[in-house]
Design a binder for this molecule. Structure first.
Ligand code: G3P
Length: 214
């Protein structure tokens, strides 16, 4: 299973890369806005740091505009992946970009049929947003289970990125379901390391070492 970081925080990406825990990065316009930096500048810096794919998203709504934007993004670095929205125009753009050798990530996916369409369009990645489904009282991880079941029936090249991850349970469930990738925000990534019994065990061993015969 691959871990992507869902952030444009270069410091946090660097730290995760150094631990061998960051296989890629995903961004969107909101994430870029929160970084306080320009998209081109920050994405190019991230792409140079990360060994794997770095997703970047434009704002065009028509296929021609998306292809134009995507072609420009792809010049920034070899590992750029172009995010396109899950619309007819987005799928048209994904097909054209993939044919040009530019990898795409179909984003804002909320149903199994949408994931199937993205796979049929030849996208390299599909991003179902689990947290936003949970937010409206739907079961985000059930969607991942459905997509994984459907994809296992065929030979699609498309990899599933579990996106809109909100807590460590999303990550463990994604792994149990065999999802290819989870894109994880830094605060959730930190939580993956922690367990109160680990902390308590370390403290106890330290205490007992101090009391033992020297
Ligand atoms: O990058 C797309 C996705 O992960 C956004 O998550 O938390 O804004 O629903 P969120």
């Amino acid at each position: 299973m691959k871990f992507f970081l869902d952030t444009a925080d270069v410091g946090k990406i660097k730290a995760a890369v150094e631990m061998g825990m960051c296989d890629g990065v995903t961004t969107n316009p909101t994430i870029i806005m929160k970084s306080g930096r320009g998209q081109r500048e920050v994405v190019r810096e991230i792409a140079a740091l990360v060994p794997g794919p770095v997703s970047v998203e434009g704002i065009s709504e028509d296929a021609d505009g998306m292809v134009k934007e995507g072609t420009e993004f792809a010049k920034w670095a070899k590992n750029i992946v172009v995010k396109v929205p899950m619309t007819k125009e987005g799928l048209k753009a994904a097909r054209i970009l993939e044919k040009k050798g530019i990898k795409t990530n179909v984003t804002l996916v909320f149903s199994a049929n949408q994931a199937l369409l993205a796979a049929k369009a030849g996208a390299s990645y599909v991003s179902p947003f689990v947290g936003r489904l949970d937010d409206i009282s739907e079961d985000g991880m059930q969607l991942i289970a459905d997509i994984m079941e459907i994809f296992s029936n065929y030979e699609f090249k498309t990899e599933v990125i579990v996106a809109s991850v909100r807590d460590p349970v999303h990550v463990v469930d994604a792994a149990r379901m065999g999802a290819h990738i989870a894109t994880i925000p830094p605060d959730v990534f930190e939580k993956l390391f922690r367990h109160p019994l680990t902390d308590r065990g370390i403290a106890q061993f330290k205490e007992d070492y101090a009391k033992s015969k020297k």
